[in-house]
Design a protein around this ligand. Sequence first.
Ligand code: ADP
Length: 258
Amino acid sequence: MARSAATCKQPSVSSSIVTADDVTKIYRRGSKPGRFARAVGRSAPPTVSAVDSVSVTVSNEEIVGLAGPSGSGKSTLLHLLAGLEQPTDGTVSFQETDLATLSKRERTRHRLEHIGIVFQQFHLLDSLSARANVALPLVELGVSKRQRRKQATELLEQVGLKDRITHRPRELSGGEQQRVAIARALVTGPALVVADEPTGELDTETGRAILQAFKQVAENRAVVLASHDQETLEICDRVIRLQDGTITERPTEETPTQ
Ligand code: ADP
């Protein structure tokens, strides 16, 4: 990254970026019927409350961790905050806008413009160079080719990949691929960046470098990291612990996700 990893965050105006107010997400159980039937018997309802009456606010320049064992609702809450999923009940507001008031098309546009998403498995397109991968969100926003190349190049330089701009993902290490994914998440200048197990595919050393990168990402935006990894949770300003879809006050014992 261009700036020192040791840079301290300055106190800032704590403005709310995203708020989940009493949100619940209920899924149908269809996807895992065998496990479910064995675990709870035939009379159990065919639904699961992946997130149950959860309220969270994430502010600018804050890194919030979502912790908890596998199946506790971390990814679902992350997806709700990012607008990738709609709550069954409750409200998710992004800077005062209730996402439920937006049409599907408006929600897609909103995500493109305001939210950067980093996945555990990077989700890069193998047929494209690192620069073209980073520039992809700008294509959908109608940004000119010249501007796209400029912004993507700058971002790749900032994440330390100046010499990898024209490389394809398969020519990059896992850590480099995750840096490309971070650059892509930042290219639209989003106010919120969310990441699901961002170091899950990386070795310890590389994972630490990626966490330093996230600290810098949060210098002028909000970041939410869903993870069961202790080192990831340690860089967070605040950790919200989930168990069975609800927030627990007590720290929960982490168990490895699948
Ligand atoms: P975590 O990220 O903590 O592992 P998830 O949010 O992925 O937890 O899942 C929470 C619960 O919701 C689990 O019981 C999971 O099986 C269920 N779940 C998640 N996504 C779906 C889905 N698309 N359809 C059905 N059930 C789901």
